[in-house]
Design a protein around this ligand. Sequence first.
Ligand code: GLN
Length: 596
Amino acid sequence: MKYVLVTGGVVSGLGKGVTASSIGLILKACGLRVTSIKIDPYLNTDAGTMSPFEHGEVFVLDDGGEVDLDLGNYERFLDITLTRDNNITTGKIYQSVIDKERKGDYLGQTVQVVPHVTDAIQEWIERVAIIPVDGEEGPADVCVIELGGTIGDIESMPFIEALGQFSYRVGAGNFCLVHVSLVPVLSVVGEQKTKPTQHSVRGLRSLGLTPNILACRSTTELDGNVKEKLSRFCHVPLENIITLYDVTNIWRVPLLLQDQKAHEAILKSLNFKGYALKPVLGEWTSRADLCDMLHDPVRIAMVGKYTGLKDSYLSVLKALLHASVACYRKLCVDWVPASDLEDAAKKENPNAYKSAWNLLKGADAVLVPGGFGDRGVEGKILAAKYARENRIPYLGICLGMQISVIEFARSVLGLQDANSTEFDPNTQNPCVIFMPEGSKTHMGGTMRLGSRRTYFQGMSSKSAKLYGNRSFIDERHRHRYEVNPDMVPRLEEAGLSFAGKDETGCRMEIVELPSHPYFVGVQFHPEFKSRPGKPSALFLGLVAAACSQLDAVLKKCTTKTCKLSNGTTSAHYENAPKVANGSLDSIYYNGNGLHV
Ligand code: GLN
């Protein structure tokens, strides 16, 4: 096993996660098997109790692990399935050390950060690195370890110390350190400044770590003399200094690394011989090119809590992007703050009310993502009603599914106070109820979490077709409440169809309105398993319905053998046109164009 450690310097938010994923991808494209570990130096045991509006979305794994969103990047880029232990936190490490201490395993020693915590970190890395994550047997060849935060943070000190010891232990040739840094350009002089990088490399060295490769974020390519200066002051060979300049879309980052031969530098420092020096990245290149070429928009209204942090719904946005590219459309996401759709907003903030409704009415499709707490719930219900009544394609995820059932019960069954007991514990018509599997008093890790099986109830539903007519699918969950099974017969009689259920038949997993062009709600989160080349079936259905391609997609889904994220069938990249280099819009790094 060889290790690539990715650290960050100068400022946070440099795209370290994307860089680390891209390094993994390019090594994979050279023929290596790759796994990854993300270290988050915060004290929380996991991301499950952290607000997505502060910290970005909580990513959910097959095993139910609630982890940092960077693990989503790794899964999407490397097409792997990680475990909860692939996300290390200070909380987890200390918990394991304290558990050991309580058991008496330290035999009377004084338990200290060095060596006990640092040993625990190294043991954790070595144990997790050998878990196969790509469906093959045996350990991977390389483990990419990303250290969260910035060099110099108090929280990361034990990890830095542990990794310093670790690099020494595994030895040169088995450990490659990539330091991601910033080279700012001062507008006054227009000069690329190296000092911040010099300082952060000095900081790294003083903590016992020596960078093999510098990955410098900058707006443009680094000038030759700037690279030379960095090489001299940071003691890094010239060919090991890579510029990560702003690119038009995220899929270009691995190509940027390839162009600058970053893989050769990494393979050399890891003493890998006999691996392809020309990575196979044809599919990525055409996808990145295609993405830049798309101009026909598909407008999706995202009705949720809007706080300005787009990372709160990162996987949903990625899944929409995967589906839009598969339909050759440029994704335009319109953020509709759910509470602005409510009647109360009409009086309190008439402008916001008007603009929210205008956005909703201008959209080709409506998506209500998952959520917790009652803020904006009535607005989400209004959005579902609007989509149902006006035959606008609708996808409701988790809470988005629950509110669509509440809306149907209110509008069609005439049950005015129908609600979820999460929002109204005393409702006479509880459509959505608390599930005994979870706990109300302990918030951490007590939900119905991770991969669970959904069985299709017949093959006539759109969702069954989109999933390639399979009898069951496995998708990831994160919820406490579910549709009340006692109300299902009445809802079904009125025209709502529960197209997918769990193995007991008591938990409603997929709801559909057969009489509607595309109205689907799911208790699970299909976004977590969407991949760039394999869009999630239900997102593909939504986007296809939004741009009048659903019939064609449904036909292809049941006849073609192009893989979807769930191993089902669909139509996409095999038909992607080869396009010339060049960009019309920008997506990721400079924030224009696509809101991703
Ligand atoms: N709050 C709802 C529940 O706990 C929905 C959760 C979600 O959307 N992830 O069931």
